[in-house]
Design a protein around this ligand. Structure first.
Ligand SMILES: *Cc1c(COP(=O)(O)O)cnc(C)c1O
Length: 439
């Protein structure tokens, strides 16, 4: 065990290192999604071989308590028997037909029955696809072009949403990625979270041109930026007043915070909602949903094109259905809230003794260790450099103790129904030890 200069104790992972070296030759950056590359924490990304319940095993045979859960989909944990059985059974009957099957009706019926205000749902294969299609539909339905998003919310990688906030009071953004033409984002406005006045001013200026406001009702992609319900209520009122659609991006929060997602908890019903992650239970599934008169604009009934070769395939549907059914049968959402509350009780005394500011921000089974000085921010503030370095050291120290956190200070952590009280205690103890070594 070696001691790196920043106090963490990194362990060698020869097999992961070998695989990573091979990967970098044939895969850009060695990964198929950038956060996996460990750039925010340094070191070599771990290659995983298997997962079971709340645990992951890496290519070197080390075991980790998993607090990432594939960034949300694994709400039952890895390889839940009911999901595995449903998927295997579906595979034996053929993986895709490119034609309708009963399973897609069954998943759609569950979504419609669960989420407030929606009557129809179109199934796709990722959260990005769901958001991209919902935006097109909102533009078609309203006959308007402008889209409003919030700094600190992530909605996948569709061109017109890869926008960073402009400087000062400007709501005009700039592309947050190369390869996104200015022209693509000319119709996107970026607002700060938690700021009614900014939203009101934008609507007063351009309200009759705004097709939709899209927001994560519980923003969970820049840490966890819990919003005041009043702020979301005002977005609901503004969009209604100006004839724009309110889109809740529930790709993380949907079927995680409650059966009816954040909308149910907040008692605010959006016009459209997007889903991903939990809805596929670990298989590639996304969905967007809304009332019939809006969804009717989609092809083949309507004039708004949207399609997918593998959309609604029986294997992915089986995984989603099994996941939602276990959640419903086991009072999953109540259990997940209890688990989150238990974690909070265990971590509070540990965090109070921390040698630098660490705050727990939590919504049900979603949580974030915020290294901001003053706790739980509501807007997308950048972490001071020192805090990012502290997180990297914390990450590697916990990794050496067999705890797998997301490899970035800005990513939320996830609990699953497979996590036990003993797992949470183990995490709390490991965190106490890690914070002590970083003192
Ligand atoms: C993950 C995520 C997306 C994108 O989903 P992918 O399946 O990764 O394309 C969109 N919106 C939110 C809120 C997300 O967390």
């Amino acid at each position: 065990m070696s001691h790196s200069p920043d106090g963490d104790r990194r362990q060698p992972h020869p097999r992961s290192e070998q695989l990573y070296e091979r990967a970098t030759r044939v895969i850009p950056g060695g990964v198929n999604s950038p956060v996996r590359a460990f750039r925010a924490v340094g070191g070599t990304p771990l290659f995983f071989e298997s997962g079971s319940g709340a645990y992951l095993k890496d290519a070197d045979g080390r075991s980790y308590l998993d607090l990432v859960c594939s960034w949300g989909p694994l709400i039952l944990g890895h390889a839940h028997p009911a999901v595995v059985e449903a998927v295997v059974r579906a595979c034996h009957d053929g993986t895709t037909f490119g034609a309708p099957c009963a399973a897609e009706v069954e998943l759609a019926e569950r979504v419609v029955a669960s989420y407030p205000g929606i009557e129809q749902v179109r199934l796709v294969s990722s959260g990005t696809e769901a958001v991209m299609s919902a935006i097109r539909l909102a533009r078609a339905f309203t006959g308007r072009d402008l889209i409003v998003k919030f700094s600190g919310c992530y909605h996948g990688h569709a061109d017109h949403l890869l926008v960073a906030a402009g400087s000062g009071l400007a709501t005009f953004g700039r592309p947050s990625s190369a390869g996104v033409p200015e022209a693509f984002i000319e119709a996107t406005r970026v607002l700060p979270l938690d700021d009614e006045a900014a939203a009101e001013a934008l609507f007063a200026r351009e309200g009759d041109r705004i097709a939709a406001v899209i927001i994560e009702p519980v923003p969970a992609n820049h840490g966890l930026l819990l919003q005041r319900p009043q702020f979301l209520a005002i977005l609901r009122a503004l969009t209604r007043h100006y004839g724009a659609l309110l889109i809740f991006d529930e790709v993380i929060s949907g079927f995680r915070l409650a059966r009816g997602g954040a909308a149910e908890q907040l008692m605010i019903v959006p016009d459209l909602a997007t889903f991903g992650k939990v809805i596929g239970g670990g298989m590639p599934v996304g969905a967007f949903a809304g009332p019939r008169h809006v969804m009717a604009r989609l092809a083949p009934d309507g004039d708004t094109y949207q399609a997918g070769t593998l959309s609604g395939n029986p294997v992915a549907m089986a995984s989603g259905i099994a996941t939602l059914d276990v959640l419903a049968a086991e009072d999953g959402w109540e259990k997940l809230e209890a688990l989150g509350a238990q974690l909070e009780r265990l971590l509070q005394p540990v965090l109070r003794e921390a040698p630098f500011p660490v705050h727990l921000v939590r919504a049900g089974s979603l949580f974030w260790l915020s290294l901001h000085e003053d706790g739980a921010p509501r807007t997308a503030a950048a972490l001071p450099r020192q805090a990012a370095e502290r997180f990297a050291a914390l990450f590697h120290t916990l990794l050496a103790e067999g705890i797998y956190l997301p490899p970035s200070a800005y990513e939320a952590c996830f609990l699953s129904l497979a996590h036990t009280a003993a797992d949470l205690e183990r995490f709390a103890q490991a965190l106490r030890g890690a914070l002590a070594t970083l003192r």
